[in-house]
Design a binder for this molecule. Structure first.
Ligand SMILES: Nc1ncnc2c1ncn2[C@@H]1O[C@H](COP(=O)(O)OP(=O)(O)OP(=O)(O)O)[C@@H](O)[C@H]1O
Ligand SMILES: [Mg+2]
Length: 240
């Protein structure tokens, strides 16, 4: 564990991203505690998960477009200024030995940068991410580049992954947690939400941030209801 709490300093009250309900909630609830080695951020599209993960990454010293702390390229800056207003409460005496900020949205640019700076052979299983499928390159990254005692901020890592791929990632996360790593992950995946030893926060439509159990997560409840009887589920949906 490296970061035990995320706090908002005296940031402006108005304008994006400070007017986002989730950011207001962050201020009102006095920050977000990260009591477990894995923190999962769930919630519907547009509730603010990426904004939060990216801001934590920026506050932790990562490039806003993703990569390790050694990356500082920019293709099209789109990050919010929230990261400059987050204060990370760190565990005394504990510094991550390595780390990664993975944004599904801009992994292509990270792959280009990996080729440019020649990080390939050392850290990605010997193959450029551009010569692997989307999911293969993600798993290469988690298996070969992620290491013990690391801080990992992942935004929808499931975007590239099959269900088997998600399970492989979950295993790797559990292994890295045993080796002293910490993860903060925004996800819609009912598989990744089952990460052992995780704290799940779900951001509601109104921006409210609640700690919930696995069985309460919307993604889990809805997927269960759908899979129990897809035909009936769709019929009801079409009727509505
Ligand atoms: N540059 C911007 N200016 C204004 N609003 C923005 C900007 N970028 C994002 N937003 C808004 O902020 C809100 C939160 O976006 P965010 O990307 O954090 O959501 P999310 O929870 O990650 O959603 P998803 O599950 O779809 O990835 C959205 O309503 C979005 O429209
Ligand atoms: Mg997002």
């Amino acid at each position: 564990m490296f970061i035990k709490q995320v706090l908002l300093d005296r940031a402006p009250a108005g304008g994006y991203p400070f007017d986002l309900p989730a950011v207001r909630a962050l201020r009102e609830r006095g920050g977000l505690k990260l009591p477990s080695p894995v923190t999962l951020l769930a919630g519907d599209n547009g509730t603010g998960k990426s904004t939060l993960v990216e801001a934590i990454a920026v506050a932790a010293g990562f490039n806003p477009e993703g990569g390790s702390t050694a990356f500082n390229f920019a293709t099209r800056p789109s990050e919010s200024v929230l990261g400059e207003h987050l204060v990370l409460s760190r565990v005394p005496g504990r510094r991550p030995r390595t780390g990664y900020f993975l944004r599904a949205e801009s992994f292509y640019n990270v792959a280009t940068e990996i080729e440019r700076i020649g990080e390939i052979v050392a850290g990605y299983g010997g193959v450029s991410p551009h010569e692997r499928s989307h999911g293969e390159s993600f798993l290469d990254l988690a298996i070969h580049r992620f290491g013990p005692a690391g801080l990992y901020l992942l935004d929808e890592p499931e975007a590239a992954l099959s269900v088997q791929g998600c399970l492989a990632l979950l295993l790797r996360i559990a292994e890295l947690v045993q080796l002293g790593s910490q993860f903060v992950i925004a996800t819609h995946s009912p598989v990744l939400l089952a990460c052992p030893q995780a704290t799940i926060y779900e951001i509601g439509k109104a921006g409210d941030i609640a700690e919930i159990g696995y069985d309460q997560a919307d993604a889990v409840v809805l997927t269960r209801a759908f899979l129990a009887d897809p035909g009936r589920f769709l019929q009801r949906l079409f009727e509505e």
